[in-house]
Ligand binder design. Sequence first.
Ligand code: ADP
Length: 421
Amino acid sequence: MNQHPHGSVLVVNSGSSSIKYQLVDPVGGAAIASGIVERIGEEAGVVKHTFGDTTVERTDPVPDHDAGLRTVLGLFDEVGPRLSEAHVIAVGHRVVHGGSTFTGPAVVDDDVIAKIDALSPLAPLHNPPNLTGITVARELLPDVPHVVVFDTAFFHTLPDAAATYAIDVDVAREHGVRRYGFHGTSHQYVSGEVARVLGRPLADLNQIVLHLGNGASASAVRGGVAVETSMGLTPLEGLVMGTRSGDIDAAVLIHLQRNAGMSVDDVDDLLNRRSGLKGLAGENDFRSLHQLIEGGDAAAQRALDVYIHRLRKYIGAYVAVLGRVDAITFTAGVGENDDIVRALACAGLEPLGIALDPERNAGRKKVATIVSADWASTRVLVVPTNEELAIARQAVATIEAAGLEGTSDESDPAPAVAGHA
Ligand code: ADP
């Protein structure tokens, strides 16, 4: 008999103008169906739904999240699989900021909603649209439990010394100013996968995880417990990213506001959307960046140099945090696909026990792969992240712990989701 209730989980990631979703089999791990609604609120919304070999794409106007989710549910009926037959046992929602309030996933109720809402000042661009998605989904799918999974939760274990900014303690306390960390679902999932791939207990492993996507973050994980991470109060701190600066002297903000006539919103826009690779080279996708470099573009080369320099600084720092490093793992869009970035990040680190095998490292990795040389004391891996599966599994574990999985029974495959048309 399965350990988990037999059924599927609908995972929803609701942004300010988009809803990404995936129907996941939490036991086998497969994505049964997936899709995205984009440009919500604009003149022409884009809706894409994939089930099996069929992908349907539409450009209907999607005035709001309610309309967006109704369209998605309509596509499940039309293209498949019908949710009433897919035996959805939970809806898992990604929420960016759980502050100090949430140290793990939670079953959604009015109190949880109020608490997420109260954290909105810490993530004004993320928590409100996350909440909109949750509210709409609860209305449209009222018969299944909804579970929130937080990007910050895995990092609630950061030691005080790592989580604390060296500023006036009263100001920090009053305004919740501390380091929270983000991409936690990915760091947790990937560090767990590393233990599985290496065939070693998670508790025995000291790991560095490098989540390099459009957003990028590094973490140090000791025995499965996060002890350092590069993102802070918000997902701006740390590594150089697609459009975000990462670490910067905070006085740059003061300087620009005092002397360049920039407002708070201007500085926000600069650091979050006009910085990183985009700010340095006009391009935030590594595929295009490499093409520019091949064509002799000096700005693109400089952007890559700055990116790699920062990444190596963090690897070095986390070696010092952990003392002994058993595994360094690359994940997310860049980490999984860009062998040049991986090679440059690890180059010349043989004295630290870090060395890639060039043949193993070559190419894109669709499955977990060890890419280090056999003689090196630190294993270097590429592990594809799967935040949807991680959210689905956490949702199942959470409803099981709350005793809410009772509607499921393999001998009685009655749909947990009734008609929703
Ligand atoms: P996010 O989820 O943060 O939006 P992803 O993890 O999907 O980002 O990563 C997106 C990034 O991955 C792209 O901006 C691009 O730089 C990089 N990427 C994707 N495919 C490739 C590839 N084949 N080679 C190099 N980089 C790639």
